[in-house]
Design a protein around this ligand. Structure first.
Ligand code: NDP
Length: 308
């Protein structure tokens, strides 16, 4: 027998929790599936200094935990499971997690985005053995070691600065001759004596048998190859939306992001989306939270209309 909700939220990042706080305060008794990374990308980050209301900054996992508590306080039913399959072709909408089927009159998709990988065989073989996409989670294991960080965005530089707490040296590999990171972050990273930069540089191979021993790199201007000895490789090259389960159910753009049609409504009336799963432009904690709020308001109004 399927368990039925009025509103189900898939995902537990800023967008998902904000939608849940609003929906539970509106007495919709929402169900929220946390997914694989409870708290979303916030739980993988360190200092959050640009979320209004925290003048001294706050740790990402702590902010996520506070949002969860706030959603629970107003009655959100939180299920720590991954939704593996959905059927949005008929109403009520169906979702499957573990052995159970869940149904819902309306759904907010807030599954966010996950780290991208370089796509090298050696990278995948050594994942968890020195190759990581989460400096916050794994930095501790590289105490006293040399590491490389791949990517020239804010996350790469933020991760590098964080890693200086543990490691001896960091070489940041940037594939172009320019950073994508903000000037503020570049200046902060450049001031740190443990961090150096190699521009126009790509990783050709991650070296090592059972654990990372180094990287083979190529300067893409000169085609010159060389090796860096290191014990860790942190890949920070951006994210891709978590939309595999929505293929064939919701309209997605060429990069896989959910397409919004009317406000926060997707191509399926009654299914809404919020946060990094549709937003490849702003991707901030606060914009995701705002989108979660907007999606909930749209869902609430849509549900009201169905009852008229
Ligand atoms: P970004 O997309 O901003 O940067 C990705 C970086 O990785 C770019 O330098 C990109 O290079 C590089 N890259 C992409 N693919 C590859 C590849 N295959 N091989 C090598 N390099 C590659 O992603 P981030 O994750 O850094 O940031 C995401 C968003 O979060 C951004 O909007 C950022 O501003 C924001 N953010 C803001 C913070 C803040 O404090 N305000 C902190 C952290 C993140 P190229 O430029 O060549 O494409």
């Amino acid at each position: 027998m399927a368990k039925t909700s009025k509103l189900t939220i898939i995902g537990s990042g800023n967008a998902g929790y904000t939608a849940a706080i609003y929906a539970s305060r509106a007495q919709l008794e929402p169900t929220l599936f946390t997914g694989l990374e409870p708290g979303g990308q916030l739980s993988l980050t360190t200092d959050v200094e640009n979320f209004p209301g925290f003048p001294e900054g706050i740790q990402g996992p702590e902010l996520a935990q506070k949002m969860r508590k706030q959603a629970e306080r107003f009655g959100t039913k939180i299920i720590d499971m991954v939704v593996e399959r959905v059927d949005f072709k008929s109403r009520p909408f169906s979702m499957w997690a573990g052995a159970d089927q869940y149904q819902s009159e309306a759904v907010i998709v807030a599954t966010g985005a996950s780290a991208k990988w370089l796509g090298l065989d050696s990278e995948q073989r050594l994942r968890g053995k020195g190759v990581s996409s989460c400096a916050t989670c794994d930095g501790f294991f590289f105490r006293g070691k040399d590491v490389v960080v791949v990517g020239g965005g804010d996350v790469s530089l933020q991760d590098s600065i964080f890693l200086t707490k543990f490691v001896t040296s960091i070489t940041v590999l940037v594939r172009k001759d320019a950073f994508r990171a903000s000037t503020y972050m570049q200046e902060k990273a450049k001031k740190n004596p443990k961090i150096k930069f190699l521009m126009n540089t790509e990783v050709v191979e991650v070296l090592g048998e059972h654990s990372v021993a180094g990287v083979k790199i190529k300067n893409n201007k000169t085609n010159e190859e060389s090796e860096i000895l290191c014990r860790g490789v942190f890949v920070a090259i951006g994210h891709a939306p978590n939309t595999d389960i929505f293929k064939g159910q919701l309209e997605l753009d060429v990069k896989g992001y959910v397409v919004l049609k009317d406000g926060m409504m997707t191509s399926v009336p009654g299914v809404f989306a919020a946060g990094d799963v549709h937003d490849h432009e702003y991707r901030q904690a606060i914009t995701a939270a705002g989108a979660g709020c907007a999606a909930e308001i749209d869902a609430e109004r849509w549900l009201e209309k169905q009852e008229q």
